[in-house]
Design a protein around this ligand. Structure first.
Ligand SMILES: NC(=O)c1ccc[n+]([C@@H]2O[C@H](COP(=O)([O-])OP(=O)(O)OC[C@H]3O[C@@H](n4cnc5c(N)ncnc54)[C@H](OP(=O)(O)O)[C@@H]3O)[C@@H](O)[C@H]2O)c1
Length: 252
């Protein structure tokens, strides 16, 4: 256990898209803090490898765009843990498409995971979510600052931010807090997939970094630290908010 030790003792958490990147770093924080964490991802092998990190970590292969997979995920949580305290809806589809090349398939894919998937993830978790629990939706600075080719993704993440405002209000009688954490450019496998060439990726990050006061991309751990804080009791009066973790990219 690290400095987070005890923060999540006795807590039950789900992190969708927890087999890589920001989701995996978040799962580590929760497990290090003594919590039980269920992680998902579409690739079953990757989920199994990720679930072998230290702590009480359970891998459940599941696609957030599939209602059946989400039912299976929460059935597993119910059967093994009986309730849920923390839900991190992190899984997302990132498909760049400049205006002129946007297809209905791209819209369906991006909105299917980022909006429909987020809605169904939270809605299906509701019966299991304990009063006083925390929901964290992973947004993006793309919702707040333009980036070429990202209009569909940006619109979906703006929708995520809007969902959080309403849900924070609707779930307040049960003291369930709902917040967004919006990373800026962050060095994760998602970016490696978009820009596979090492040199091109360096240029990509240096261009992104050039606009930030910190002149660098963030790490998955830096985003996870804020997600873990917002999900923890230390953030007990934080509700309906959107925390930007972007090195200042969208702030100056
Ligand atoms: N990296 C950035 O610069 C950045 C910036 C702003 C916001 N974000 C947001 O941060 C979150 C995490 O991104 P990341 O960079 O950590 O991505 P990543 O490195 O690609 O990891 C994504 C994780 O989500 C899983 N996943 C993808 N689609 C899924 C689906 N339909 N159902 C379930 N799991 C799914 C992936 O596993 P499988 O592929 O096996 O399913 C993987 O475990 C996303 O919400 C993203 O929009 C990232």
């Amino acid at each position: 256990m690290n400095g987070q030790s005890g923060t999540f003792s006795g807590k039950i958490a789900v992190v969708t898209g927890g087999s890589a990147g920001i989701g995996l770093a978040t799962a580590r924080k929760i497990a290090d803090g003594g919590g039980t964490v269920y992680i998902t991802g579409r690739d079953a092998d990757r989920v199994a490898v990720a679930a072998s990190i230290p702590g009480d970590v359970v891998g459940v292969p599941a696609d957030s765009a599939s209602a059946e997979d989400l039912d299976r995920l929460f059935a597993r949580v119910r059967e093994r843990s009986g309730r849920l305290d923390v839900l991190v809806a992190n899984a997302a589809a990132i498909v760049p498409a400049p205006l002129g090349s946007i297809t209905t398939e791209i819209i369906t894919t991006v909105f299917g995971v980022n909006i429909a998937g987020t809605i169904m993830t939270v809605q299906k978790a509701l019966p299991l979510l304990a009063d006083g629990g925390a929901v964290v939706l992973v947004g993006s600075m793309a919702a707040h600052k333009a980036s070429r080719g990202q209009s569909v993704y940006a619109a979906s993440k703006a929708g995520v931010r809007a969902l959080a405002r309403t849900w924070a209000l609707e779930l307040s009688p049960r003291r369930i807090r709902v917040n967004v954490v919006s990373p800026g450019p962050t060095d994760t496998p998602a970016i490696t997939q978009l820009v596979p060439d090492d040199e091109a990726r360096k240029v990509f990050f240096s261009r992104m970094g050039a606009g930030t006061p910190m002149t660098r991309a963030g790490t998955a751990e830096e985003a996870a630290a804020v997600i873990a804080f917002v999900a923890s009791a230390a953030a007990s009066h934080v509700n309906g908010a959107d925390y930007h973790v972007d090195g200042g990219y969208g702030q100056v």
